[in-house]
Design a protein around this ligand. Structure first.
Ligand SMILES: C[S@@+](CC[C@H](N)C(=O)[O-])C[C@H]1O[C@@H](n2cnc3c(N)ncnc32)[C@H](O)[C@@H]1O
Length: 364
């Protein structure tokens, strides 16, 4: 069976594996199956039909890229071995008219010098191009080809995604310190699995609204953007997506933002979502009634307070959290914070984002 690899933020691999298992189950009636789902550092490997692997780009929200494992080769020790391996791949069939861009990595292998390894890939491709009589087209589109050597075993993978998956194609404007969409989705997936019943979400320091928007799009298919695989050939361009009809656990999403300029951006970003409610205010000074919050469902707070030097809170973090907790009385309050600035607390989850080691903490 063809094999794929979802690239994921380190620390969030198990969540992406659960997301994949969820779709494997939900889409079974459409003949989809994702098997042998296995986490490795920074990724989730899985097997599926070629088409269903490519289509996973449209509904997975937690990875940043989906790679198709095109070929695996043992005992790759020198340039000649790379050339032999490349010769066995059908570049003409799949990548007609593309310009490969090689990305290489090496781990415990004889060929460890990355620049030389990249040159070896480029030279091998040039030779194979002549042998396979691959036509050279002007203005070719770039295709990322990932060559990974591990203990002399070489994996050649193709990027199926193109622009990274956290680009949802929705023209969202951002303000300071926005959270990447794939991280926000991962935390929302984690939260949904923990809560395991319908709930309302509140982000009391919501910035440009990433948590709010992702909460409403968690099970929706990406239809507003194109993916790299759709450029490959007519066969892949015309793959049909099933209509997903999954009832979301997160019903309404409420957002509070104090900065007037950020609030303007937030209002524009969320204007098409009927289940998102906003309030421009200092979250420590308002309560449930100001937000018109219904009591019919449990309320869970998930937020990303300012933690960088240039952005700061008016009160201390613990005063702010205490005020949110007493003003809104949520069933649970979770917040993101850098681990090294919060050593006395044990995080529920740890992950890397924007070059920082972050934790998801529960307010108690
Ligand atoms: C790190 S940013 C949140 C980014 C957001 N997760 C996103 O993806 O855009 C923190 C936000 O909290 C807002 N903020 C800070 N203190 C606040 C308060 N007391 N009440 C409401 N908003 C506040 C800031 O203006 C800023 O937009």
């Amino acid at each position: 069976m063809p094999s794929f690899m979802a690239i994921v933020a380190p620390g969030l691999e198990n969540i992406s594996a659960k997301e994949l298992k969820f779709y494997s189950k939900s889409l079974k009636t459409f003949g989809f199956e994702y098997n042998n789902i296995n986490t490795i550092k920074g990724g989730v490997e899985f097997e599926s039909s070629f088409e269903h692997g490519l289509l996973s780009n449209h509904f997975l929200k937690t990875p940043v890229r989906i790679l198709y494992r095109w070929g695996q080769f043992q005992e790759v020790l020198r340039t000649n071995d790379i050339e032999k391996a490349f010769e066995s791949l059908d570049w003409f069939e799949l990548l007609k008219g593309f310009k490969p861009e090689f990305h290489v990595s090496s781990f415990k292998s004889k060929m460890f010098h990355l620049q030389k390894l990249k040159q070896a890939c480029e030279m091998s491709y040039r030779r194979v191009k002549i042998k396979q009589n691959i036509e050279v087209v002007k203005n070719r589109t770039t295709q990322k080809v990932y060559v990974r050597l591990s203990k002399n075993k070489m994996t050649v993978s193709l990027d199926t995604t193109g622009e990274l998956l956290y680009k949802r194609g929705q023209n969202k404007a951002v303000n300071e310190a926005p959270l990447r969409e794939n991280i926000a989705s991962s935390l929302l997936w984690w939260l949904s699995l923990q809560v395991n019943k319908s709930f309302n979400l509140l982000d009391p320091m919501c910035g440009s609204g990433t948590f709010l928007i992702e909460s409403q799009n968690l099970y929706k298919t990406h239809t507003q953007r194109k993916f790299q695989y759709q450029l490959w050939s007519t066969d892949t361009r015309e793959l049909k997506l099933p209509e997903l009809d999954i009832k979301p656990l997160i019903q309404n999403a409420y957002g509070i933002e104090v900065n007037p300029n950020t609030f303007k951006t937030l209002s524009t970003n969320t204007k098409d979502f009927k289940n998102i409610e906003l309030l421009q205010a200092d979250c420590t000074q308002v309560s449930k009634t100001d937000l018109n919050l219904s009591d019919s469902l449990p309320l869970i707070v998930l937020t990303n307070p300012p933690y960088e030097k240039r952005l700061h809170l008016k009160q201390t973090l613990s005063q702010t959290l205490e005020a949110i907790n007493s003003n809104f009385q949520p069933e649970a309050l979770f917040y993101i914070y850098p681990i090294d600035q919060h050593r006395n607390k044990k995080p529920s989850l740890t992950f890397r984002s924007g070059g920082l080691n972050l934790g998801l903490f529960k307010y108690t």
